[in-house]
Design a protein around this ligand. Structure first.
Ligand SMILES: C[S@@+](CC[C@H](N)C(=O)[O-])C[C@H]1O[C@@H](n2cnc3c(N)ncnc32)[C@H](O)[C@@H]1O
Length: 347
């Protein structure tokens, strides 16, 4: 095998910038080198727990970690980027609060709280950063030094970006549309299980061969389009969202547009419709192979039966609502992401 030729200083700098780009999407890196000041405490009981992380960059250790045996030129360039661009633009703190149900025995509640808080940091910390900004800037800086080394967004990088866009879009939706707060029930009409769930959900659908090229996936009540975006970017299937709130659908279009800055978007595989999904003239449910319904609302708002009635035989419904009238006309499939799945087997 021929010896690889030694890297020039600009090539090494490009490699380091790309490694930093990737590391900023990794919660373990962020915690070890950037959000290193931590305080944690139980909030009134062992059933509620909060962790507060603050930026305190371990600059020397971070530079050593990324630069390894690189020369002074690379080290200086990284140092300048950290001091001028990264550190001043980082959110100064990250807070997460978790609680466990009162049914958990007292002696286990504390440990469960801590586990949940760790999971929440792993999921949410990279998403709290303006990741697209860093991605673009670090890619541009790497390309300037060695255009050939630039790689497209890796899965973890895209996931951090998706998480960040989802958080921002959710906040925007709730701010712009106060009517989404359901006064009678005391919670948001627009809720979401988040992007970690959506990615895990899509990966499970892929493993179970329910989401293939040509599969027509429907999100019934698609909100700001998080699930549609995840199906689009993590699977080869066709994704349709139907949402009754026009403002949310506008935000869904915007979310897809933003995501396309990191990965190519195929408009032919996405459709966002506005209207009441219960009206057959708005949407023909028999055209879909897989229908996802996530409704945290009262049972009267979206029922599994009302959806199953209009799906074709052979189609699959994934829903936190249980079929009643249709219970003997469905085959129960393994759960997907902890949610029940039913295949319609008779009209
Ligand atoms: C909890 S959100 C779910 C958002 C998205 N599916 C997700 O999982 O991230 C439920 C959405 O369903 C919408 N919705 C409720 N009833 C609907 C209907 N009949 N037709 C269309 N959308 C509906 C609400 O406006 C809301 O945005």
């Amino acid at each position: 095998m021929p010896e690889p030729s030694p890297r020039t200083a600009p090539q090494t700098t490009a490699r380091v910038f790309l490694e930093l780009r990737q590391a900023l999407a990794d919660s373990a890196f962020l915690r070890r080198y950037i959000y290193t000041e931590e305080s944690a405490r139980f909030l009134g009981s062992t059933y509620k727990y909060g962790i507060h992380l603050k930026v305190r960059v371990q600059e020397r250790a971070l530079i050593r970690h990324l630069c390894r045996s690189a020369g002074a030129e690379t080290t200086n360039e990284l140092q300048t980027f950290l001091a001028r661009r990264l550190i001043p633009s980082l959110p100064t703190e990250f807070v997460t609060t978790v609680d466990v149900p009162s049914s958990v025995p007292t002696d286990q509640a504390g440990d469960q709280c801590r586990d949940l808080a760790e999971q929440s940091i792993t999921r949410e910390l990279p998403a709290s950063l303006p990741y697209a900004h860093y991605f673009m800037e670090l890619t541009r800086m790497a390309a300037r030094r060695d255009a050939r080394c630039v790689t497209p967004a890796r899965v973890e990088e895209f996931s951090a970006y998706l998480g960040h866009c989802h958080r921002n879009t959710m906040a925007k939706a709730r701010h712009r549309h106060p009517e989404l707060w359901d006064k009678t029930r005391g919670h948001y009409v627009l809720d979401s299980r988040g992007t970690s769930f959506a990615i895990h959900f899509v990966q499970q659908l892929l493993r179970q061969k329910l989401l293939n090229q040509g599969t027509r996936f429907l999100d019934f009540g698609s909100g700001i389009g998080t699930m549609i975006a995840t199906v689009h970017y993590y699977s080869p299937a066709h994704a349709t969202g139907i949402e009754q709130h026009p403002g949310l659908n506008r935000l869904a279009h915007c979310l897809l547009r933003k995501l396309s800055r990191l990965k190519a978007y195929s408009p032919a595989r996405v459709s966002l419709k506005t209207g009441n999904a219960f009206q057959p003239e708005v949407i023909d449910l028999s055209r879909y192979d897989l229908c996802y319904v996530y409704s945290p609302l009262g049972i009267d708002v979206i029922t599994a039966d009302a959806v199953l009635e209009r799906l074709r035989v052979g189609a699959v419904l994934i829903s936190n609502r249980r079929p009643r009238r249709f219970h003997d006309r469905v085959e129960i499939l393994p759960e997907i992401g902890g949610i029940a799945a039913y295949r319609k087997v008779a009209p």
